[in-house]
Design a protein around this ligand. Structure first.
Ligand code: MBD
Ligand code: FE
Length: 312
């Protein structure tokens, strides 16, 4: 039987009460957000006749997501991270900021505190036997096209099994493997040697995977490399590049692939290129320049405290 109680005055009053709107104290912003979210949830229960059994299935799932530390994993899976990027893009457009390098989502696997070097870094420790060498380089520019010496290029990616150091279920990787901070040289250039990463998949059997399966979806990402790029007087850019040719390039469970973030990968086999990079065999090369944008009225209007998490 279909009943609808959401619009009853008692229910509307109840929503205000449970959100603390009838009391002094607490945070007005938290009250406003909780009132809206609880109202939307009550309305959904009413409209969709969500049964008690369905409701408690959801609560059990939330507990599992929290226990597994996967709130930050299902978030991109449900498109929230990408939606927030679309909002930042729209805000930038409204205030006339053009992003030469598109932003895309951070994801949940950044770790602060990676080793720092100037101009060049090797990211991998050579232990991934299946790794194909990657040389990636480029210049960091400001929005006027001048190079930004001293810009910070934070980079992180996974190995050929799709595992990130600090989050490796096999425990095989050393801390900060495939994570570095490179200070751009006096011409604004950065360069690193690493290996081509594989795509990522959410943990099998996890509550994240179970929800995606119930939606008829997979939990796979195409191969990608993450970046934070920052410089004095500029907004910190959060982005990723995808490895061109990955079959999942446009089938990412986290919806992070964007035009402008799929640079060409060139396979170098000639002796001169190999020698010039102090390598002993063929390698993949990616050139990718990055353009930052200036602070807005002296501040980074996108600053996000999520990024201040410290090393585990
Ligand atoms: C990743 O490597 C990632 O980048 C995102 C967005 C989600 C899960 C794993
Ligand atoms: Fe990732």
């Amino acid at each position: 039987m279909t009943v609808k109680i959401f619009d009853k005055p008692e229910i509307q009053d109840f929503l205000k009460t449970l959100s603390g709107l009838d009391k002094e104290g607490g945070s007005p912003r938290v009250k406003e957000i909780v009132h809206r979210l609880m109202s939307d949830l009550f309305k959904a229960i009413d409209d969709l006749d969500i049964t008690p059994d369905e409701y408690w299935t959801g609560i059990a799932w939330l507990n599992e997501i929290g226990a597994a530390g996967q709130a930050g994993l299902i978030s991109p899976g449900l498109g929230l991270d990408h939606f927030i990027d679309e909002r930042l893009d729209a805000i930038d457009e409204a205030i006339g900021i053009k992003n030469g390098t598109p932003r895309t989502i951070e994801g949940p696997l950044y770790v602060a505190g990676a080793p720092v070097s100037t101009g060049f870094a090797r990211l991998d420790d050579g232990t991934d036997a299946n790794g194909h060498t990657l040389i990636m380089h480029g210049t960091v520019y400001d929005s006027d096209g001048s190079p930004l010496p001293g810009a910070l290029v934070e980079v992180w990616h996974c190995d050929t099994r799709g595992f990130y150091s600090h989050f490796d279920p096999t425990g095989q990787q050393a801390p900060f493997n495939m994570r570095r901070t490179i200070i751009a040289d006096d011409k604004g250039r950065y360069k690193f040697q690493s290996i081509l990463p594989h795509g990522y998949g959410v943990p099998p059997g996890s509550p994240t995977e179970r929800l995606l399966s119930a939606l008829g979806r997979h939990g796979q990402r195409p191969a990608h490399i993450h970046f934070f790029i920052s410089a004095d007087g500029h907004r910190k850019l959060t982005t990723q590049i995808n490895i061109a040719g990955d079959p999942l390039l446009h089938d990412d469970f986290a919806y992070a692939t964007r035009d402008g973030l799929v640079p060409d990968v060139t396979e170098r086999v000639d002796e001169a290129s190999i020698k010039a990079n102090n390598l002993d065999g063929p390698f993949a090369e990616i050139e990718f320049d990055i353009q930052l944008t200036h602070l807005v009225d002296g501040v980074d209007n996108q600053l996000n405290e999520q990024r201040k998490r410290v090393a585990a």
